[in-house]
Design a protein around this ligand. Structure first.
Ligand code: PMP
Ligand code: GLN
Length: 378
């Protein structure tokens, strides 16, 4: 059989979570909370089910949820998206991203990814027949290198994927970064796929720089977000895409045939819950406290801390702890120390090994403290 993705195995998140479960390790690998969501959100979904909202919703998503998303984007980033023609509810960010790529990338088109990058991007581009153009983020700091990005742009560059706050490095793009991207793309027809799933997790009183804030970017961008991250419900798999009408039209042509539409009662529940902005407005403080608790604890260990400006990840340099390659180290840490982590090499094509691993701190304090006690013994 000639396979379509010969180089692709099972995603690192599944591999590490399975190993963590098998070994009974504290799972700081795959990114998901080990605490529950707000009971009011569960009640809102249950209410919808009990009121018979259990059949197909509109293909583009429940209108009240699309309107709530548009209102949120306008309040946070000052740009108006028409819920009827510019917002689509998706089965999480994962389906949103593959659908965007299938909708716009034609065979032979080049698509720029900034490495390290989330593990679904490259296989998605390959499935669409696109050519992946890898541009490294600056080693050590993981900041975008605009000279390198400029050097990678060609008349065939159909799209660039950007992701801030960034998984796995936990860096956040600044306003200046976004302005540079806007300037660089101005003379081109390149589209932007902006993965903003951690938009509500930016720390130290900084603001998330959504592409929606920058007219020259917004006009060429698909914005992707995920309710799973924002409301502690990663298993519900609901997200959205916001994009100008012409892009949304293309997006929906594919969306209608790869998922058609998304879980009705969950959409109604989310729409009702979103009437109160407090849950997402309080998220930065909620996660910053966990980040600080985790970082304080890591200071008792031999790991060297990298900055964590946003997302729910903390990267560390393992050089002073072990000589093992990152991937082997993560397996060893899970099996022998009882703490699962994700090797950064999993986010690079060639498995580039820079002695850095990623922990997820979206966990109960007691979970973080148990993990920290184990890590402090190394
Ligand atoms: N993009 C990034 C950067 C992510 O970290 C994740 C979740 N791990 C996703 C997309 C996928 O989000 P969802 O669970 O909503 O599909
Ligand atoms: N996005 C999550 C992470 O980076 C995992 C999502 C998944 O398991 N596919 O850990």
């Amino acid at each position: 059989l000639q396979t379509k993705l010969p180089a692709v195995g099972t995603t690192i998140f599944t591999v590490m979570s399975a190993l963590a479960a098998e070994k009974g390790a504290v799972n700081l690998g795959q990114g998901f909370p080990d605490f529950d969501c707000d009971p009011r959100l569960v009640n809102a979904v249950t209410d919808a089910m009990q009121h018979g909202l259990n059949q197909y919703p509109p293909m583009t998503g429940v209108p009240t949820l699309r309107a709530a998303v548009a209102a949120k984007i306008e309040a946070m980033y000052g740009r108006t998206y028409d819920p009827a023609t510019e917002i689509t509810i998706t089965a999480g960010a994962t389906q949103a991203i593959i659908t965007i790529i299938l909708a716009v990338v034609r065979p032979g088109d080049e698509v720029i990814v900034l490495e390290p990058c989330y593990d679904s991007y490259v296989p998605n581009i390959e499935l669409a027949g696109g050519t992946v153009v890898r541009v490294p983020l600056t080693p050590g700091t993981f900041r975008p290198d605009f000279d390198k990005i400029a050097g990678a742009l060609t008349p065939r560059t159909r799209a660039i994927l950007v992701n801030s706050p960034h998984n796995p490095s936990a860096t956040v793009w600044t306003r200046e970064d976004m302005l540079k991207l806007q300037e660089l793309l101005a003379p081109t027809e390149t589209l932007v796929i902006s993965d903003e799933v951690y938009e509500h997790m930016v720390f130290d009183a900084k603001d998330h720089q959504s592409v929606a804030r920058f007219p020259g970017l917004a006009a060429r961008s698909f914005i992707v977000s995920s309710f799973g991250k924002t409301y502690h419900v990663t298993g519900w798999k609901v997200g959205y895409v916001a994009a100008p009408e012409s892009l949304t039209t293309e997006f929906r042509k594919v969306h209608q045939f790869n998922v058609f539409t998304v879980n009705t009662p969950v959409q109604h529940g989310l729409a009702a819950y979103m009437a109160d902005p407090q849950p997402y407005l309080q998220l930065p403080a909620f996660y910053q406290r966990k980040r600080d608790l985790f970082r304080e604890g890591l200071k008792r260990t031999k790991f060297k801390l990298l900055p964590s400006e946003g997302s729910y990840f903390q990267c560390v340099d393992i050089s002073a702890v072990s000589d093992l390659p990152e991937a082997d180290f993560c397996k060893w840490l899970t099996s022998e120390v009882g703490v699962a982590a994700i090797p950064l090499s999993a986010f690079y094509e060639s498995g580039f090994d820079q002695r850095v691993v990623r922990f997820c701190f979206a966990k109960k304090d007691e979970t973080l403290n148990t993990a920290l006690d184990r890590l402090a013994r190394l």
